[in-house]
Design a protein around this ligand. Structure first.
Ligand code: TXA
Ligand code: MG
Length: 331
């Protein structure tokens, strides 16, 4: 595995010789860990069945689970997906950014059946993280990229997390520091007359409702492991080694505490470890800290992580979704 450190605040990262090597690797079917504003992605050429198969193999991911394809802009995305008025409105309002649209796949799209899991729909995203957009533009390929972690584990928000989990399987890792949003993109389904929230994420539902002037529907199946609307939404997911306990009322000395705000909780002082997602109660900050905090508490060796309640508005919906999955019974 080769490593490329990118400093996004300087303008010449695109001219770095490593940029060419990474593009060549992708065109040759390589696996590259790429930072986006949400989480680090495990990227490969979405038009190559072999390259996509390598993603599934590296992640140990069930292959019925389709992948998101990343593109440099809306125009490139329209080659692969059919955009109705609603899709265009959302893309214009929120791309580049933490929003994925599931739309009907076009006849012309070269995205492989393995990336779409054989569905007639396709998940498309134009991230605001510039490296993924740049690599897609340069290679002329849509880039399939799930989060760069082994299936069912915590999503990575730093290059070190990726290397620890998947380093052996990668051709390149691009390190641009911690991800800004820290939680995966919101996935909106637009394949029928409804606007469906397939996965809450880094863009709040309220923002989408404001732009479309309509209610966003939550499929009941989001909470049913047997028939998830977004096939990747298996109940037990994002799992640390420790057991997560939601709605904490007290914490024992051998337990860890995932806290939020400054509400008092019994036993805090003697807990084995504590991470506060946002002492000031800011949900954007909490989303950005979530996965890192789970990793830190997990490495404290505690068998149980007690989790304080988090409001379910704005990005709180996505945070609570991830916490529920992390706390779900494991198979
Ligand atoms: O923020 C993100 O979205 C990150 C970064 C790397 O872009 N990517 C990510 O991908 O979270 P992944 O593969 O972990 O999640 C993809 C989700 C899965 O739950 C999958 O089932 C759903 O998208 N999905 C993909 N194609 C779909 C389709 N055609 N219909 C319904 N759900 C789909
Ligand atoms: Mg994931």
């Amino acid at each position: 595995m080769q490593r490329w450190n990118v400093n996004l605040s300087s303008n010449d990262w695109q001219r770095h010789p490593e940029a060419d090597s990474v593009c060549r690797s992708l065109i040759d079917g390589g696996l590259v860990a790429v930072p986006t504003e949400t989480v680090y992605g495990l990227a490969a050429d979405a038009t190559s069945g072999t390259a996509c198969a390598r993603i599934f193999q590296a992640k140990g991911r069930p292959s019925f689970n389709p992948l998101i394809s990343h593109l440099p802009n809306l125009e490139a995305a329209r080659h692969h997906g059919v955009f109705d008025d609603r899709a265009l409105k959302l893309a214009e309002a929120f791309w580049p950014g933490p929003l994925t649209l599931v739309v009907p796949k076009t006849e012309a799209s070269e995205i492989s059946d393995l990336a779409t899991a054989g569905l007639s729909t396709v998940a498309l995203r134009v991230p605001s993280g510039p490296i993924m957009r740049y690599l897609s533009e340069k290679t002329g390929r849509p880039l399939a990229a799930p989060s760069a972690n082994r299936s069912g584990k915590i999503s990575p928000t730093r290059a070190e997390d990726v290397i620890a989990d998947l380093g052996h399987a990668l051709d390149f890792v691009i390190d641009a520091g911690p991800c800004e949003v820290g939680i995966e993109s919101t996935i909106i389904g637009l394949t029928d007359e409804h606007v469906t929230l397939l996965r809450p994420g880094g863009l709040a539902r309220e923002e989408i409702e404001k732009v479309l002037q309509t209610k966003v529907r939550t499929p009941a199946s989001n909470n049913q492991p047997e028939a998830p609307a977004a096939p990747g939404m298996l109940t037990s997911h994002y799992a640390p080694n420790a057991q997560m306990r939601l709605h904490a009322r007290a914490v024992a000395p051998n337990e860890a505490l995932l806290s939020f705000g400054v509400d008092p909780i019994e036993g805090r002082e003697s807990a084995l470890a504590e991470a506060n997602l946002s002492p000031s109660g800011d949900l954007v900050e909490a989303a950005a800290q979530l996965f890192q905090a789970m990793r830190t508490l997990d490495s404290s060796g505690a068998k149980t992580i007690q989790v304080q309640d988090i409001p379910n508005t704005g990005l709180g919906e996505a945070i609570n979704d991830r916490l529920r999955r992390a706390a779900a019974p494991r198979s």
